[in-house]
Design a protein around this ligand. Structure first.
Ligand SMILES: *Cc1c(COP(=O)(O)O)cnc(C)c1O
Length: 386
């Protein structure tokens, strides 16, 4: 073995041993009571993690599938949707809306900034034909966390359906679907929920069900009615469920709820703060202002002349630490460190230590231990790594 592989990207993420082990258990038939019981428990626990009493529909797909289900099920071709675009994943929503024949009004927001509810409100007032508004909670391309409570408040006031992508924030950042009044929230397994890729979720409020009943969008695999009916009649999914993934998700959700969701959010916030401090001490300016930083991922600008693709490759090849680079216009100029899910402070410290070395190998030399020292200073004064 040359290096221990350390996965520090915002999905897919490292899994706890018991989640990995659960994936090796024998598959069982979904028509036996055991599956219905398991699936009910998973849906209950998902509701707890989404902080909702709404239906949570589960699909066997990556999260983009659940995103697509929203456009097919809550809207009709020709409907106008507002998409707040502050990064790569928000742009994907705009592209997907167009692919489904929706009329798109883009609210452009600079990359790295959160979505300002006041601007959403103004855009909705200027476009009274908008029926839905889409926002990304944690824009994973930059790490910007938007004010979801504010977003849902202004969309609700305008009588517009709120649709939120919580792919990387679910289980990492505070998210209160019902308290904040978010109609539709999309999430999935392979980020903070510490499960292999292949499961996606969507929460559907009563208002969203009403919109669904009016929708004429073409759909089959992702049909919300068929998905809910299968649960109600058989406790199952309409098509073959990803049984092993659901078994693994059950273990992961149990672990999250045992730690306690507020404690999980706090852990992410603490690690994010340490990573950010460490990166800045190494001379890498964060892509997002501290007050808008997510707990899931931290992006940082590289010093001029330092190529991000090379740095990411060297960090992996020479130290075994897998981070990732910037997306879209930030490709090559930004690095992103994922710290969602099964991550602790020592993972953050190890990443910063390796990064300091890899940066030095690329000619960017910081004071020895600068990143780790700065990270430790963020920890309850004494620098205790807990
Ligand atoms: C990861 C991610 C997605 C979806 O990705 P899939 O690859 O389809 O699972 C969507 N939005 C955001 C913000 C993400 O971080």
């Amino acid at each position: 073995m040359r290096h221990k592989y350390r996965l520090m990207v915002p999905g897919p993420t490292t899994m706890p041993p018991e989640v990995i082990a659960a994936g090796a258990l024998p598959v069982f038939d979904e028509r036996i009571p055991r599956f219905a019981e398991l699936f009910r428990q998973v849906r209950d626990n998902l509701r707890a993690v989404f902080r909702t009493r709404n239906d949570v529909l589960v699909f066997a797909s990556s999260m983009t599938g659940a995103m697509e289900s929203v456009l097919q099920n809550a809207f009709s071709p020709g409907d106008r949707v507002l998409v707040a675009v502050n990064g790569f994943f928000a742009q994907r929503w705009a592209d997907m809306c167009r692919a489904h024949g929706l009329a798109v009004t883009v609210l452009p927001v600079p990359w790295g900034e959160p979505v300002d509810p006041a601007r959403v409100s103004a855009a909705l007032a200027a476009h009274p034909d908008v029926v839905g508004a889409v926002g990304v909670h944690c824009e994973t391309s930059t790490g910007a966390l938007s004010d979801l409570r504010g977003f849902a408040a202004v969309t609700g006031a305008a009588g517009v359906l709120s649709v939120v992508d919580a792919a990387s924030s679910l289980g990492a950042d505070e998210l209160r679907t019902d308290e904040w009044g978010v109609d539709v929230v999309v999430g999935g397994g392979q980020k903070a929920l510490m499960t292999p890729a292949g499961l996606s979720f969507v929460t559907v409020s009563e208002r969203a069900w009403d919109a669904h009943r009016r929708s004429t969008g073409a759909r089959y695999y992702f049909d919300w009615t068929a998905t809910r009916d299968a649960v109600e009649t058989r406790g199952a999914t309409p098509f073959t469920p990803a049984v092993s993934l659901i078994v693994q998700l059950d273990v992961a959700l149990t672990r999250i709820l045992a730690e306690g969701l507020p404690q999980v959010w706090a852990r992410h916030e603490k690690i994010a703060g340490a990573v950010r401090a460490g990166l800045e001490a190494l001379g890498l300016r964060a892509t997002v202002a501290a007050e808008h930083a997510s707990g899931a991922v931290t992006g940082a600008w590289l010093p001029d002349g330092l190529d991000g693709t090379t740095l990411v490759a060297r960090l992996l090849d020479d130290y075994g630490v897998q981070i990732t680079g910037g997306l879209g216009p930030q490709a090559g100029r930004v690095i992103r460190v994922g710290h969602c899910g099964y991550v602790d402070m020592l993972d953050a410290v190890a990443t910063l230590a390796a990064l300091e070395q890899a940066l030095a190998d690329c000619g960017h030399v910081a004071a020895p231990g600068a990143g780790v020292t700065a990270a430790r200073r963020t920890l309850n004064g004494a620098g205790v790594l807990r």
